[in-house]
Design a protein around this ligand. Structure first.
Ligand SMILES: Nc1ncnc2c1ncn2[C@@H]1O[C@H](COP(=O)(O)OP(=O)(O)O)[C@@H](O)[C@H]1O
Ligand SMILES: [Mg+2]
Length: 231
């Protein structure tokens, strides 16, 4: 993939947490990573190995203690909070293990919510249509007016995927996207993520402790994380 465009890169990323009773924890240690356009990067590691921390550093949700994070020419580690938030909102999509759907809103409203904050009201018609297309593609259009508590685990996860896709992100970050699903739904989610990668040309970073993750080899790179280091 060396001839491909680099989208996101870390150089010497290090993250140290200091707990409330002053205990230090080195969660990331000298991580150098390159994420290319249209690739799927799978980061595998045991619980506590630093996967979520790395994903949050890559996604601009956490700042590294040392080191650099580049999104194209943007130096994420140096951006002001508002600039970072704008990039997260416009260029990144996030899928979390527990979906983080807002319980008091319908599937459609959950999809539109991030855009309602930033977009002009005039755009709502076209965004609603886009939401419908996504829900149809993901096989959950019939749930468009349901509330999160009326969905199965797999359906909720697909809504979360649709929400991550609605702003056509350059890159999607998925933290244990199959964590609480059974084997059948797990495979289905991986299939969907591959489909998303093909049809929407978003790069995808998946972190998981699931060593049995099954993705097509040709676009997927797998790396392992142990004690905060890429091994
Ligand atoms: N906010 C925090 N404060 C202190 N320590 C943390 C915090 N978040 C994570 N850690 C510690 O950092 C290490 C890596 O955590 P994490 O990135 O969540 O790993 P993983 O996602 O692989 O389970 C763990 O030892 C964890 O206890
Ligand atoms: Mg984690």
């Amino acid at each position: 993939m060396s001839n491909e465009r680099i989208i996101l890169e870390t150089r010497g990323a290090r993250k140290e947490y200091i707990s409330s009773y002053n205990q230090k924890c080195l969660a990331l240690d000298r991580v150098n990573l390159k994420i290319y356009a249209n690739e799927i990067l799978c980061i595998i590691g045991e619980s506590g190995s630093g996967k979520s921390t790395l994903l949050n550093v890559l996604g601009g949700l956490t700042r590294p203690s040392n080191g650099e994070v580049f999104f194209f020419d943007h130096r994420l580690h140096e951006l002001k909070d508002e600039e970072l938030a704008r990039i997260r909102n416009q260029n990144f999509g996030f899928i979390f293990q527990f979906h983080n759907l807002l319980p008091e809103f319908t599937v459609l409203e959950n999809l539109l919510m991030p855009l309602m904050l930033t977009k002009d009201k005039k755009c709502f018609g076209s965004i609603t249509e886009k939401a419908r297309v996504l829900l149809r593609k993901l096989g959950i259009i019939e749930k468009i007016n349901n509330f999160p508590k009326e969905l199965s685990g797999g359906e909720s996860q697909r809504v979360a995927i649709a929400r991550a896709l609605i702003n056509e992100p350059d890159i999607i970050f998925a933290d244990e996207p199959t964590g609480n699903l059974d084997a059948k739904n797990r495979e289905r989610i991986y299939d969907i993520l591959e489909e998303v990668n093909e049809n929407f040309s978003s790069s995808i970073v998946i972190v998981t402790h699931d060593k049995d993750i099954k993705l097509k080899d040709y676009k997927t790179k797998t790396i392992c994380l142990k004690d905060g280091q890429v091994i």
